[in-house]
Design a protein around this ligand. Structure first.
Ligand SMILES: Nc1ncnc2c1ncn2[C@@H]1O[C@H](COP(=O)(O)OP(=O)(O)OP(=O)(O)O)[C@@H](O)[C@H]1O
Ligand SMILES: [Mg+2]
Length: 474
């Protein structure tokens, strides 16, 4: 289905096409570009997308948006003054032509998880477009807008920031009708003087939302501040979700299991029960915000609740991997939280870890990497994880990075499995001790690259099966 014609792109960007074409989508990365999409050659700090225009045509690009003066004989081009500005203008045109109800989500943690849930619950009501992955920044947001189908009934967008002023710019592009703030936590605090400043920066999402709806975390200490900001920005409806009796959408009961959660909730006066295939109370609370958005949009709550059956953990944010390392022995289980970490998310993950019982003879082994962007509070916030980690019935801690050393030193010697400079150096220490039946919680900021550990544990199975000539995937 055509998303953009050459003349629509010319009109949106002010550029000039070398020939006629139509595109089914917009891409800025030749590694993921799909046949028929238009490629925009962005210039980053390290790489220049113009060096990949040929690769884009090889991958099947319908055309490429490039800077004035750039030539290629391999396919149609659209020449523009500046490709980043062209992306923003295309995003703006995608938004301007859409009749979709727009829902945006921001917050210190849980944006992607909530965005995925919004995609499921609104998907049950009509054609829904959602940002991919964590495409929540200065290029991710316009790219997501530029990819919104013309006939989408709902658009779901993740908005992120680590500096004041960033979110007002993004929200002016997205122009949400409904905005969710998941939570305010000490995350990305490096560039903020205190928590209030973080709350204010998140509240920038209301900048472009006069007359719209805000959905706010009632139990959060900064709720009143967020609400005041929403009122000042002229929002028409301010709704809340949480555990407190006074929250408008309320978590009534939450039966926590190692790999799922049964939720009973009151969503703006309507009682619902459902099961999420994702563990953790924080996830249950995120789902309340998504269902509140459905009701605020006038949608049918039953259809959305039913659709939540399809919920599953997002890769690297709690998905479980079971690996048989010795035939006939229980598998080892990896709780893959390698995508992201911050103090709040660590505590949430420890709760799920504590509920996961190792098979007989197995142990609970935490493998943690540094939580980044915490500024001067970093060492303290790492050291403070010691008690919660022990309370989570952890048997051993392996960790890496200079900040995690602060936690390692807090633990009694029997709990110290090993500390390494980085995740790659940690790998041999872990594969050395991994046994059938162990449960591994692997978590750290994306920059700590804990996915090396997840991969190494999975490779233990591959190594075993290859050694035996056994082709079965585990
Ligand atoms: N409400 C919440 N409170 C605390 N932690 C949460 C909450 N929701 C999700 N998390 C945890 O936060 C981590 C990151 O989740 P997710 O990727 O959804 O967040 P994000 O806000 O999109 O992150 P990013 O800023 O990297 O885009 C996961 O470990 C997840 O379990
Ligand atoms: Mg995200």
């Amino acid at each position: 289905m055509t998303l953009w014609t050459a003349s629509e792109i010319e009109q949106a960007t002010g550029g000039k096409a070398t020939t006629d074409f139509s595109a089914i989508g917009v891409s800025i990365d030749t590694r993921t570009l799909k046949k028929g999409e238009i490629y925009i050659a962005l210039k980053g700090d390290a790489l220049d997308g113009h060096d990949y225009v040929e690769a884009a045509f090889k991958a099947g690009a319908a055309a490429a948006i490039v800077k004035e003066g750039f030539e290629s004989a391999s396919g149609p081009l659209v020449h523009v003054d500046d490709t980043m500005t062209a992306l923003e203008k295309l995003g703006a045109a995608g938004r301007a032509r859409s009749k979709a109800k727009i829902i945006a989500v921001t917050g210190s943690a849980g944006k992607t998880g909530t965005k995925e849930m919004l995609s499921i619950v609104f998907g049950a009501l009509g054609k829904t477009h959602a940002s991919k992955k964590s495409f929540n920044n200065h290029w991710g947001v316009p790219l997501s807008l530029a990819n919104m189908p013309k006939d989408a009934a709902y658009g779901v967008f993740e908005l992120g920031m680590n500096h004041a002023g960033e979110l007002s710019n993004l929200t002016c592009q997205v122009k949400p009708h409904i905005a969710i703030i998941t939570t305010i936590e000490p995350v990305h605090i490096e560039f903020f003087k205190n928590m209030e400043a973080i709350a204010d920066a998140k509240a920038e999402i209301f900048t472009s939302m006069k007359g719209g709806t805000a959905i706010l975390p009632f139990d959060n200490p900064h709720f009143a501040r967020l609400k005041a900001r929403a009122e000042k920005s002229g929002l028409q409806k301010i709704l809340s979700f949480g555990e407190d009796e006074a929250a408008q959408s309320r978590l009534i009961d939450c039966a926590l299991h190692a790999d799922s959660t049964k939720v009973t909730a009151d969503i703006l006066g309507e009682r619902v029960k459902y099961k999420l295939n994702i563990p953790g109370k924080h996830i249950a609370l995120n789902s309340l915000s998504a269902l509140t958005a459905v009701k605020a949009a006038g949608g049918n709550l039953n259809a959305s609740v039913e659709a939540l059956k399809k919920s599953e953990p997002v890769e690297g944010r709690g998905n479980r991997i079971s690996v048989t390392i010795t035939e006939g022995q229980p598998p080892l289980v990896i709780i893959n939280e390698s995508y992201n970490a911050n103090p709040a998310a660590m505590l949430a993950a420890f709760d799920v870890f504590a509920m996961t019982t190792p098979a007989s003879g197995g142990r609970r082994i935490a493998v943690l990497g540094d939580m980044l962007e915490l500024g001067k509070d970093g060492p303290r916030l790492h050291a403070e994880l010691a008690n919660p980690l022990l309370k989570a019935k952890t048997d051993l801690l392996f960790c890496c990075g200079p900040l995690m050393d602060a936690l390692y030193q807090q633990l009694p010697p029997d709990w110290r499995g090993g500390h390494a400079k980085d995740s790659q150096m940690l790998v041999p220490l872990i594969t050395d001790v991994a046994k059938p039946g162990d449960v591994f919680l692997v978590k750290g900021s994306a920059g700590s690259k804990m996915s090396y550990v997840v991969q190494a544990l999975q490779d233990m199975a591959a190594a075993q099966t290859n050694a035996k000539g056994n082709q079965h995937a585990v």
